[in-house]
Design a protein around this ligand. Structure first.
Ligand code: GAL
Length: 956
């Protein structure tokens, strides 16, 4: 059997060991290599010749102009016939020369690959070295006997498909290649190090034992430790490591000729009466699932990108990361140690595609595959065992139940009793120290919190064991497109019950790829593939270029480790640290303009405690006044500077005194045109055609939005779009039933209804005008059987209730007083804060990779739209409204599949909504809990000229 199809994890590879920073000579073999792509497996050794080109290592050939990337969610892009691969098996030959100085220690040298996807064979100077599988794991080969001083030739043949691929069916791009570093290491004199550094929270002391080469000297200068391997050193006082205070001690392990540098964190994790604790306190994960992704480099991430991820996580109040669904680049875990994140390190195993055989042949349950699986577990644990940040080993993702997991768990527990073991998908949880689920509805989570959940296994002993386990929400809140909604609800439930130890949002970053020369991010289906996962991998809290999406801003708000509530209580929700690293600042605004500010005297608040304070006293006023209290960092940290905001809250001190905008001005009849206040109307259609000197068209009832991924649901399940379309909401026609000129205004009576159906909406626009402006009251009355009959489909909600207005394109400067600065929706609005903001229409757009409804600002009291000269209008809402403005229509947005499909039209389209349906998480999870009911609605909008211009004299 061919080596890339057999069930041998590797041939010729060394035993796995820790990733060490050593003083021994090393040569990086990263850089430019020669490359040739074959569409099936060639024979013989790679020899550079015709048809070869350059390739950057680390890298994926499919992102460097050879072949193209492929995305599937669960499906294997080849027939399920384990362990065989198709004849078309793209194979990349990589070759490079490198020089060894005459005095370089060749004897016993090791060639180390940090990650090669998915199987490979190595030659050095024509001699065969070995083979390996396991894409996201290191492999080492002894090559000393093949090396020589001077020029050396290294050749690596990489196969995209292998038996290993059956274990690597994660929901992500298939990206073959040598995508992590390649290094030549001089023979290690210290082969391995295993640091055990525990912390006793009762005494404040620590114990350090370092297993390594006999005869080595272990030093921790700061603690005055000089010791030998295997001997526990008791330390009377150490500062513990935690994600909140990632205290590390520099240490060395030395033998003559080699020094290994370590950074040690003292911490103890333990399961105490069904609660997972660190340093004696229950842990609570504010987490995210992170794939390795770079829009141009795929999984060949730079260390800068890794650091940026972690800095952003820390700045957004996250304290935990699950390395979904494979061990990350080893440098990432160093950074987690340094910056402070709890880590669930997940093994490179997912056999998800076997759902299509109803799990027949699942490797996880086939003893023949146990060696391949155990090999992966060992390579992860051995590589990563010295990181204090890693507190949980995850066996795999979504591979159903399988006996092999028993072997993996048993090996892991005996090798490393100092950490917990996790596996979500086996509903008995036999091999896991945690109970866990993905995407449960809130009710199910609540039931788990109260230990009243349904039985998950008929085996009563396993069931009883599971019921005693703590719960981790492995994945929730699918951040696909616009969303997720409901983060605050989940956080409330997670925090309510001690059994629930936090959760991990799916997922960190959109996997959109920018291919050489392209401007649009690609996703599944963009290459005409028949089998693909569409845009299901565009589901991150970061856009592909690593800028935070509104979902991350919302998550930061709901995760706040310090809560400012009531008037005025400060709660410290941290586990280990007080509030003395924070400063509390307040400010008061009147109509959005700051009128007063100061610093709050806050006593030091211990973790878990709270303090009640006197709110600052300020003057009162006629306009709305809002108090904002913010907690900011008092000093610079490794991940943010002093002044970085950690938490905030707002309190409306006084509502604005309502000014009546009565009628008074008469309608002036000019034949085809009617004038009222600053508005001019078409007599036949009743449409507003001019508003304070600007040519406009509208307003028209708007019930439709460009469906979001979460509106669409997953494969037609849970989605609302289907129901909305069936009710004709995407094809509404507007009929004018009458334009009535009254003594004190104008009434336009209409009926808005879908083609082909009997339901409709009576919509009346009542216009009045006074010196205070032009006022519109919209009255919306559903008619017919929206709730459903034999012929009319059931429609339980509307996307939105608002009016749309077409404006001149020059009115691109938007100012508003209300929620901002970013977008907000009914179930994703915690991060929206009341203020005065200014943006251009272009800047109001949220650049979702797949265009969809976006950009609404909530709780808007007033907004103005003006041109460069300041001409335009201002609109005030009662109740407050939602503001959306764009250069294309909702229908354009709906049609677009990529951002470049959106071409600005000659107008701006302004939608002023009373409300919109929530977002939810139905693209993979439950729908929104805040639906917009099909019901009568009334709302009022008052238009005035922008700036200080007077309301009259628009028609001299
Ligand atoms: C989970 C899976 C993830 C991802 C997610 C949806 O079931 O573990 O890998 O597919 O759903 O995006």
């Amino acid at each position: 059997m061919r080596y890339f199809e057999d069930l041998t994890p590797s041939t010729g590879a060394r035993e796995p060991r820790a990733w060490l920073r050593s003083s021994r000579p090393r040569i990086s073999l990263n850089g430019r290599w020669d490359f040739k792509l074959w569409d099936s497996v060639p024979s013989g050794e790679p020899v550079v010749g015709e048809g070869w080109g350059p390739i950057e290592v680390p890298g994926h050939w499919v992102l460097q102009g050879y072949d193209r990337p492929r995305y599937t969610n669960t499906a294997f892009p080849f027939p399920i016939d384990p362990p065989y691969t198709p004849s078309v098996n793209p194979t990349g030959d990589h070759v490079r020369w490198f020089d060894l100085p005459a005095d370089w220690p060749i004897d016993g040298a090791i060639l180390r690959f940090e990650g090669v996807d998915s199987a490979f064979k190595v030659w050095v100077n024509g001699g065969e070295v070995g083979t390996a599988k396991g894409s996201r794991l290191p492999s080492e080969f002894e090559v000393g006997s093949l090396l020589r001083p001077g020029r050396n030739l290294l050749a690596v043949r990489v196969h995209q498909w292998s038996s290993g691929s059956y274990l690597e069916d994660q929901d992500m791009w298939w990206l073959p290649g040598i995508f992590r570093d390649v290094t030549l290491l001089a023979r290690p004199l210290i082969d391995d190090v295993f640091v055990h550094a525990s912390y006793d929270h009762v005494t404040g002391g620590g114990t350090l034992t370092v297993e390594t080469e006999p005869g080595a000297v272990v030093r921790v200068p700061e603690l005055g430790v000089v010791t030998e391997p295997g001997v526990p050193v008791e330390l009377a006082a150490v500062e513990p490591w935690s994600a909140e205070v990632p205290r590390l001690y520099d240490a060395t392990v030395e033998v003559p000729g080699e020094t290994v540098e370590l950074r040690i964190g003292f911490r103890t994790v333990a399961m105490v009466h069904g609660v997972f604790t660190a340093n004696g306190r229950p842990l609570f994960f504010r987490g995210v699932n992170r794939h390795e992704h770079d829009e141009r480099r795929g999984r060949a991430l730079s260390v800068d990108a890794m650091r940026r991820d972690l800095v952003l996580m820390k700045q957004h109040n996250l304290n935990a990361v699950r390395t979904a669904h494979y061990p990350p680049h080893p440098a990432f875990l160093d950074l987690c140690d340094e910056l402070g994140l709890w880590v669930i390190d997940e093994c490179d195993i997912e056999t998800h595609g076997f759902i299509y055989t109803d799990w027949r042949g699942n490797p996880a349950d086939d003893p023949d595959w146990a060696p391949m699986m155990l090999d992966r577990m060992r390579r992860m644990v051995e590589r990563d065992k010295n990181h204090p940040s890693v507190v949980i080993w995850s066996l795999a993702n979504e591979s159903d139940r399988g006996g092999n997991f028993g072997e993996l768990a048993a090996w892991t527990r005996s090798r490393d009793p100092g950490r917990a073991v996790f596996y979500e998908r086996d509903r008995t949880y036999e091999f896991s120290d945690f109970y866990s689920l993905m995407y449960p509805p809130l009710e199910d989570l609540e039931a788990i919190g109260t230990r009243t959940e349904d039985v998950t296994t008929e085996d009563s002993a396993l069931e009883a064991r599971r019921r005693a386990l703590p719960f981790i929400l492995a994945e929730y809140a699918h951040a696909m497109g616009n969303g997720p909604g409901g983060l605050a609800d989940y956080q409330r439930v997670l925090e309510r019950y001690p059994r629930l130890q936090g959760g991990f949002v799916w997922e960190w970053i959109d996997h959109g790829l920018l291919l050489p020369g392209a401007t649009d991010h690609v996703y599944g289906g963009d290459f005409g593939e028949r089998l693909h996962g569409t845009n299901f991998c565009i589901d991150g809290l970061l856009f592909p270029d690593r800028t935070p999406s509104p979902g991350l801003t919302e998550y930061k708000k709901v995760l706040e480790p310090v809560r400012i509530t009531g008037l005025l209580t400060i709660e410290n929700h941290r586990t280990f640290t007080s509030t003395d690293d924070l400063e509390f600042l307040w400010s008061v605004t009147a109509d959005g303009v700051e009128v007063d500010s100061g610093r709050l005297e806050v006593p030091e608040i211990a973790p878990g405690a709270s303090a009640c304070l006197e709110p600052p006293t300020t003057i009162s006023s006629e306009v709305e006044r809002v108090l904002t209290v913010r907690a900011v960092l008092a000093k610079d940290t490794a991940w943010a500077n002093a002044g970085h905001e950690v938490a905030w809250s707002q309190f409306v001190l006084e509502q604005a005194v309502a000014v009546s905008t009565g009628s008074g001005l008469p309608v002036v009849d000019r034949g085809e045109v009617l004038r009222l206040g600053g508005g001019e109307f078409d007599r036949t259609t009743g449409r507003l055609t001019r508003l304070y000197g600007q040519e406009v068209d509208g307003p028209q009832l708007d019930l439709w939005r460009a469906p979001t991924d979460n509106d669409n649901g997953q494969g037609g399940r849970n989605g609302v779009t289907q129901e909305w379309r069936a009710a004709g909401l995407d094809r509404l026609l507007h009929r004018v039933d009458g334009v009535d000129v009254l003594d004190d205004g104008l009434v336009v009576r209409t009926r808005v209804a879908p083609e082909g159906l009997g339901v409709g909406v009576r919509t009346t626009y009542r216009w009045t005008a006074s010196d205070d402006g032009l006022r519109l009251t919209v009255d919306v009355q559903p008619e017919g059987e929206w709730a459903g009959t034999a012929v009319t489909p059931r429609c339980g909600s509307w996307p939105r209730v608002g009016v749309r207005l077409e404006l001149p394109k020059a009115l691109e400067n938007v100012q508003w007083y209300g929620g901002g600065p970013g977008e907000a929706y009914a179930d994703s609005r915690d991060a929206s804060r009341i203020g005065r903001y200014e943006r251009t229409v272009d800047d109001l757009q949220t650049p979702y990779v797949v265009p969809q409804e976006n950009g609404a600002r909530m709780d808007v009291r007033w907004a103005s739209l003006t041109d460069a000269a300041g001409n335009g209008f201002r609109v005030t809402g009662s109740p407050h409204f939602q503001l959306t403005a764009r250069r294309w229509t909702t229908e354009d947005l709906e049609q677009a599949r990529h951002r470049s499909d959106l071409t600005p039209r000659a107008h701006i389209y302004l939608t002023l909504d009373l409300a919109q349906n929530g977002l939810g998480s139905a693209s993979c999870g439950p729908p929104t809990r805040i639906g917009l009911e099909v019901a009568p609605y009334t709302f009022t909008l008052t238009f005035r000229p922008a700036g200080s211009k007077s309301v009259d004299n628009y028609f001299p």
